[in-house]
Design a protein around this ligand. Structure first.
Ligand SMILES: [Zn+2]
Length: 189
C-alpha cells in the first residue's frame, strides 16, 4: 500500500496520461489484457513443475513499489509469492503457506515489510469507520501497525508457532527500503 491512500475507489476509470488501450477509451483492465496478448505472443511453455525451484515462499506487502522478483533476483518458477496489505501473517497467509509447504514442497519462508507502508498510517479506527459507513463490522482485523520492525517480528513468530506448517526453522524477516532498494534484516529476538 502507498502511505497516502486510505480511501477506496470503486471506479475503473483510468488516470489521464496513461497509454495504449487507455488512449482509445479503454479501462486499465483493457490495457492489461492488451499487454497480455503481446506477452503470450512471445511466450513459450517453459514446461515447469508447479513446485517452486528454490523451495521458498515469500510473504510481502502488496505495495506497488516493491518488485519482489527483481529485488530478490528471482526467476519465473523460483518461489511462491503471497502478498497482502502490510505483508502481515494472517490466517489466510498461513493457509497459503500450509499448501505451499505440504503440497508444493517449500521449506523456507521470507517475510518482507517495507518503509513508508500504508499500514503504519491507518489504525484500527479504520474498522470502526467502516462499520459506521456500511452498517457491518468486517470479520477481519485491519492489522495496522506503528512499528514496522515489531510487526516483522510478530509475523515471524506467527509463522514459527503455526501448528500447520512442516518447516519453521528457516523463517527470516526483512524491511525493504523503498528509497534504496535494500533489505534490512530484522532480528527475531
Ligand atoms: Zn505496505
Amino acid at each position: 500500500m502507498t502511505s497516502n491512500v486510505v480511501t477506496m475507489t470503486t471506479s475503473a476509470a483510468v488516470p489521464t496520461g496513461s497509454e495504449g488501450a487507455i488512449a482509445n477509451g479503454g479501462t486499465v483492465t483493457d490495457r492489461l489484457v492488451e499487454a497480455n496478448q503481446r506477452y503470450a505472443a512471445e511466450f513459450t511453455d517453459p514446461g515447469m513443475d508447479a513446485r517452486p525451484v528454490l523451495q521458498v515462499a515469500v510473504v510481502a506487502c502488496m505495495d506497488a513499489r516493491l518488485d519482489l522478483h527483481k529485488a530478490l533476483g528471482l526467476q519465473l518458477g523460483d518461489c511462491h509469492t503471497i502478498r497482502n496489505a502490510g505483508g502481515v501473517v494472517t490466517d489466510d497467509v498461513i493457509r497459503s503457506l500450509t499448501v505451499s509447504q505440504r503440497a508444493l514442497g517449500t521449506r523456507s519462508v521470507v517475510l518482507i515489510h517495507h518503509t513508508g507502508c500504508g499500514m503504519e498510517s491507518i489504525t484500527e479506527d479504520f474498522r470502526h469507520d467502516l462499520e459506521m459507513e456500511v452498517g457491518q463490522r468486517p470479520a477481519w482485523a485491519v492489522e495496522a501497525f506503528r512499528d514496522v520492525d515489531q510487526d516483522v517480528r510478530q509475523s515471524m513468530q506467527r509463522v514459527r508457532t503455526s501448528p500447520f506448517l512442516l518447516h519453521t526453522d528457516d523463517v527470516r524477516g526483512f524491511v525493504f527500503d523503498v528509497r534504496t532498494g535494500l533489505l534490512r534484516e530484522i532480528d527475531p529476538a
